[in-house]
Design a binder for this molecule. Sequence first.
Ligand code: SAH
Ligand code: SF4
Ligand code: F3S
Length: 405
Amino acid sequence: MGYAPEQQAYVARLRALFGGADAPPLAFVDTYGCQQNEADSERLRGMLFEMGCGFTTREEEADLIVINTCAVREHAEMRVLGNVGALIHTKRNKPRQLIALCGCMMQSPEVVEKVRRSYRHVDLVFGPHALPRFPELLWRALARTGRIFDRDEGGGPLTEGLPVYRAAPPRAWVSIMYGCDNFCSYCIVPHVRGRERSRSPEAVLEEVFSLVRGGYTELTLLGQNVNSYGKGLAPPTDFAALLASVCRVPGDFTVGFMTSHPKDATCRMLDVMAENPKIRRHLHLPFQSGSDRILRAMGRGYTRASYERLIDDARARMPDLNLTSDVIVGFPGETEADFADTLSLLARVRFHNLFTFIYSKRPGTPAADLPDDTPPAVKRERMARLLALQRQLSAGERANGKGTG
Ligand code: SAH
Ligand code: SF4
Ligand code: F3S
């Protein structure tokens, strides 16, 4: 099951081109953002490796720089743009250097326009949907007949069989689905990654088999919302069934997964976890806010009570479960009382680890139009209180001998 033949033909042409050079060209693939982007970068490296490229992490010696970007918060975008801006100096010393930007930021027309106007040393721009056409895009960019800005809105069939260049064992990512359909009101991901699409169980299991055969022993299944895996597949299936099938693959390995959305997490999934020693005792279950009013405004689709019930169900089955979560501070309209609800949820659940974010306005999302009258200083002060409480709680967990896993 290979990727498109025309792309393989471009790979062959590039291999011939690169093979004719004095030394193999060196590529630097730099990754921002989440594990899905890490997994995409492994596919980019897989294609580059097939073309005969070597790899470097030093910008100044790279013939090709590929920056895989993240759009989830403004801070992430600023960091990318700052680093891309600095490459103008690197390229001055190495004028044939080719600079490509890809990933989530590059699916936004506004960002692409900014790159077109203000980052003229960038040669190639493409979003996540165009990734399987990277060989063709690179071939066209190397022709140097003009800058390439690809506009792929997605929606085509899933591409299987892209080569993957992974880090050495033991750890490996396995994407089980792409995109997101949840449209949480603050989040850019569904806008840039497109609609949710699941890989077939056969494709996932085949990858798991070959990873285990290759000595990988710590697998992590990836998706923005693994709990809605299988929607639209025929015959119908779900995440609990996939997880159980993965565990039946023979061999000595463990499997984890992320991210779980609380609204779609099922007791069956918890049962499968509890029954299978291959599944790591870790659940990353972002709650975002402890206030029902804010959860509704975020469009998360669960309440504080249903979240707490889910945690109780999980712990009843797995008392040693390691729980982690994401939380947003300062969502538009968050009052002191809403924030106090977030603190009390923290104290009630006692997470092993917490990933904390100050709300970042993402143009084009519904929350960007909500009035936001909480001063930034108040949001920062709330964040400090949140972190202090979490520090205190995790110190307590350690003192109880539970460890942080
Ligand atoms: N699909 C995952 C989250 C992916 S984004 C889920 O729903 O759980 C990772 C985290 O970034 C989110 O859980 C959220 O806490 C945070 N995040 C997303 N958009 C944000 C924004 N606009 N401002 C601040 N944090 C945000
Ligand atoms: Fe964003 Fe919500 Fe989708 Fe997670 S589930 S990626 S927070 S829209
Ligand atoms: Fe960022 Fe895209 Fe992941 S926006 S968090 S890299 S899906």
